[in-house]
Design a protein around this ligand. Structure first.
Ligand code: FAD
Length: 279
């Protein structure tokens, strides 16, 4: 289908983008276009104005910032996958970016677009939740920082207001931690029916820290705290896998029933934790 008519402006700075968004109701940002353009074509989204961020190359970067990495919101999935700093300090992010869609999607789609879109089936939101990332947002009242745990509110709904621009994602360097992201897809190169992200830190043979987060197991990415607790004390992968769906509310749709998703989450948690502790 052909999108409904809209006006189009190119932002030449973050401030300009905020100004353009704020000046007109029903305006939307365009980044890589790989979630928004399909919605425009289906006329599910009918913004009056599109504000294109695509020329803001200053928002494409991965930098060291003390014990963290800072990632510009317009960094494309392909660049996350191949970035040497991420590969060294945050391999969970680069690995997961390489599992997104196909090469065309990875060359156009951006980390900021993936997070702002708020699709519970997207891969990076659960990974960034497991990593306790924080998101830098610019809006009409200036800059603020939102924790990943506060960012995702509902299906396609985040903490971003209508005139906000997500500009940067900050993640702690993983250090000597085991990690994994596994996703089950019905077709090659697809959204996850279910995905599981795991980060495990050990010290003197016992589990010091464990983070588990789930993709497509509810309206937002889900932090599986009960499973983290079950895993932390005895380091028992099976015990964690059995309770991993405790906080979740998986949908039933053409991808699978909620029972099927619960079963998948159990199987994938066993795999993800097994993989993480082997690293
Ligand atoms: P856009 O489509 O440009 O924007 C998406 C939304 O975010 C819009 O509402 C826009 O206004 C808003 N937005 C964008 N940038 C910002 C910003 N900086 N600040 C505030 N709001 C912003 N994703 C997966 O995770 N896993 C997959 O396996 C997967 N497979 C895919 C397969 C196909 C065929 C396609 C088309 C997409 C797939 N995707 C998948 C989605 C892909 O990763 C998208 O690129 C991503 O979700 C959106 O990023 P974008 O830059 O294209 O955003």
């Amino acid at each position: 289908m052909i999108p409904a008519p809209f006006d189009y402006e190119v932002a030449d700075s973050v401030e300009h983008a905020v100004e353009l968004l704020n000046a007109r109701e029903d305006s939307k940002l365009l980044a890589g276009g790989h979630s928004l353009i399909p919605l425009l074509r289906l006329r599910i989204a009918r913004p009056a104005l599109l504000v294109d961020l695509g020329r803001l190359d200053s928002l494409r970067y991965v930098r060291e910032a003390d014990d963290r990495l800072a990632i510009g919101a317009l960094t494309r999935h392909h660049d996350l996958q191949h970035d040497p700093l991420l590969q060294e300090h945050c391999p969970l992010v680069s690995h997961t970016a390489g599992l997104i869609g196909d090469p065309q999607v990875r060359h156009r789609g951006t980390i900021g677009g993936s997070l702002a879109h708020g699709d519970p089936a997207s891969d990076l939101p659960a990974v960034l939740l497991a990593l306790d990332a924080e998101f830098v947002v610019h809006g009409p009242d200036g800059e603020r920082t939102v924790q990943a745990g506060e960012f995702f509110r509902a299906v396609f709904e985040t903490a971003l207001g209508p005139s906000d621009v997500l500009t940067e994602i900050r993640v702690r360097k993983q250090g000597p931690a085991g990690w994994s992201y596994v996703k089950f897809t019905r077709r090659a190169q697809d959204w996850a029916t279910v995905g599981v992200a795991a980060v495990v830190r050990r010290s003197n043979g016992s589990i010091e820290e464990a983070a588990i987060a789930l993709t497509n197991m509810g309206p937002t990415p889900v932090r599986a705290r009960t499973a983290e607790d079950a895993f932390r004390s005895p380091g028992d992968v099976g015990a964690a896998a059995e309770v991993v769906a405790a906080e979740s509310d998986p949908p039933s749709d053409t991808g699978g029933s909620s029972e099927y998703r619960r079963h998948l989450a159990t199987v994938l948690t066993r795999r993800a934790l097994g993989d993480a502790i082997s690293k």
